[in-house]
Ligand binder design. Structure first.
Ligand code: SIN
Length: 581
């Protein structure tokens, strides 16, 4: 059994390219309290499980992501139920459900991977690392970290190690659905979409309420189309271009049919990292930075078993993501968010902010925290803004529209919170469902309420039937006329008439999504001190940085940020390393 687990785990592990040593790991089978994540491959793709351990027993298992068919839900529920109360691993021989082997094995592998991490066991062959050296350390193996690592390798850095404190790679990128924003791309041109970098710049600044740092936005929009080509050159499919809230035109690049961007991106980046012999160490937590005078010279790391080691490097790139899963930190900056659910993976805890303090590193706009309007209300699963981009509307419990659904997230979230019980229903039809493959995942997760007529849908959702009929018929008429007299949704934004049965509803409620503040960086991805001077040898990219998005990030700019600025950080750090050689 262990053999099979290790095969699955090895998907996330890469051959060593730097100086390293490994000790045999001490045996311990006790589960350490905490929240642990793991992944496995089911019939439909990667399954990600989060396991909460309390008093050395499994207290709760949450399946964070899966694409199994709806028939597989019972299997998933049965196996997660079997895990609760355990003090050790599941057994595939006895815990799998007969007739559903692939799904069973995927769920069991995901849970067992998390449990191995909870036991302090490494996923990659029982190794404990000792002190070592390399050219570049990247902290964080999400989209930003792997973009940085791959681009550093392409730019000539010799040895690169990526450190990831979680048991699996991917971070929040694993859950990302929307897409990658960029203007003036070849893909847009081939689809006849007229866009410009200036329009992208203006939309981003307007969406950010003019709080964005203009130089970061300019650099971002200039570099974005080249980054799209870089990704497609590695095999990424970004051929579908959709509309997200606050964007004037379609510029959110995503795979064909509108499937989720995050898992696709991680697959591409992971393959590129493997091909470039970049080493990734999961379950290796960075505790702090090493420095000599003003310069950063490496990191101090904790192995999965708690033993520490140092990794000296000529440059360090911080790509640890935001702090959206650290509710203490979130409420320190925004006390009113107490009690809100988060859409973030458990590792988004903002550890890096402690590391840069001794070096005088500056932060910016930490109070700018984004809530996403459409988190599914029961399970806190993100329902991508692309569903609205492809035509869905929002109604309240009285079955009335109350906002331009394509307005920026801050405005739509605030409007939902003002409705009865602070929630809303996302309503769409079969035409919208067919247009966006990401919706199939929600169907498989049983998040959709369905009706063959609008009346039936209203009855299923528990909202007034006649009022929903009236709202839908008024909206359809306005959509056909290209004029939303009620809330000013533009003709381009009213993508569907919503008249093709069956009809669907999802109850949604705003949840913590993105922390827009973070480390202060310049246009070379260098981390700055309060006086604006760079800390030598220290770079950062992605959600850990601040200032690009201002007071409100546009949908599709988050993934664009991680790939554009991850790639940038890798290039600049590699040049710095070459100068130091
Ligand atoms: C979404 O798909 O709505 C989220 C994507 C993003 O935040 O950019």
């Amino acid at each position: 059994m262990k053999h099979r687990i290790l095969i699955v785990l090895s998907l996330f592990i890469f051959a060593a390219s730097c100086t390293l040593d490994a000790d045999p790991e001490p045996e311990t089978n006790i589960l350490i309290d905490g929240v642990w994540t793991g992944s496995g491959e089911g019939r439909g793709g990667t399954i990600i499980a989060s396991v909460e351990v309390k008093n050395h027993q499994v207290a709760e298992v949450t399946i964070l992501s899966q694409s199994e068919s709806s028939f597989a839900q019972e299997t998933i529920n049965t196996i997660t139920g079997k895990a609760v109360g355990r003090e050790g691993l599941l057994n595939p021989e006895t815990d799998a459900i007969s007739g559903a082997t692939l799904t069973s094995n995927g769920v069991i592998d995901a849970i067992n991977m998390a449990l191995l991490a909870a036991m302090g066991k490494r996923a990659d062959g029982d190794k404990t690392y000792r002190d070592g050296t390399c050219d570049i350390v990247v902290v964080g193996a999400g989209g930003a970290g792997l973009s940085a690592a791959v681009s550093a390798a392409e730019s000539g850095a010799g040895s690169i190690i990526v450190l990831e404190k979680q048991g699996i790679i991917g971070g929040n990128t694993n859950y990302s659905t929307g897409g990658v924003n960029a203007a003036e791309t070849d893909i847009q041109k081939s689809l006849g979409i007229k866009d410009s970098k200036q329009l992208f710049y203006d939309d981003t600044i307007r969406g950010g309420k003019n709080e964005n740092l203009p130089e970061l936005v300019r650099n971002f929009v200039e570099r974005a189309p080249g980054t799209i080509s870089w990704l497609t050159g590695m095999g990424a499919d970004l051929s579908d271009v959709g509309l997200m809230g606050g964007s004037s035109v379609k510029r959110t690049h995503r795979p064909k049919g509108g499937t989720a961007i995050g898992p696709h991106l991680m697959k591409i980046l992971k393959t590129a990292a493997t091909n470039k012999s970049i080493e990734i160490r999961t379950s290796n937590r960075v505790l702090g930075l090493l420095s000599s005078g003003p310069a950063v010279t490496g990191v101090r790391v904790e192995n999965a078993d708690g033993r520490t080691y140092t990794l000296k490097a000529k440059a360090v790139i911080i790509a640890t993501g935001g702090f959206g899963a650290n509710l203490q930190m979130v409420t320190k900056y925004q006390p009113w968010l107490s009690g809100f659910a988060t859409l973030n993976h458990p590792g988004a805890t903002g550890d890096a902010f402690n590391w840069i303090e001794p070096l005088g590193g500056a932060t910016i706009q930490m109070e700018n925290i984004q809530i996403h309007p459409t988190a599914e209300a029961e399970n806190h699963i993100l329902i991508t803004e692309a569903v609205r981009g492809n035509g869905a509307i929002l109604v309240n419990r009285e079955a009335k529209r109350f906002v331009n659904e394509m307005d920026t997230r801050d405005i739509v979230s605030a409007a939902i919170l003002k409705q009865t019980k602070g929630d809303a229903y996302l309503i769409f039809d079969q035409e919208v469902r067919t247009s966006l493959a990401a919706i199939e995942t929600y169907a498989n997760q049983h998040l959709l309420k369905k009706g063959s007529t609008i009346t039936e849908l209203a009855a299923t959702a528990g909202i007034p039937e006649a009022d929903l009929e009236a709202t839908m018929s008024r909206y359809s008429a306005q959509q056909k006329a290209g004029l939303d007299e009620d809330f000013g949704r533009s003709a381009t934004e009213m993508t569907a008439a919503l008249q093709t049965p069956p009809f669907y509803a999802v109850r949604v409620k705003p949840a913590i999504h993105h922390t827009m503040g973070g480390l202060r960086v310049n246009t070379d991805a260098q981390v700055l001190r309060a006086d604006g001077t760079p800390i030598p040898g220290l770079y950062a990219a992605g959600e850990v940085t601040g200032g690009l998005h201002g007071a409100n990030r546009l949908g599709g700019n988050g993934v664009a940020d991680i790939v554009v600025n991850g790639k940038l950080a890798g290039e600049v750090a590699a040049r710095f390393v070459q100068r130091r050689n």
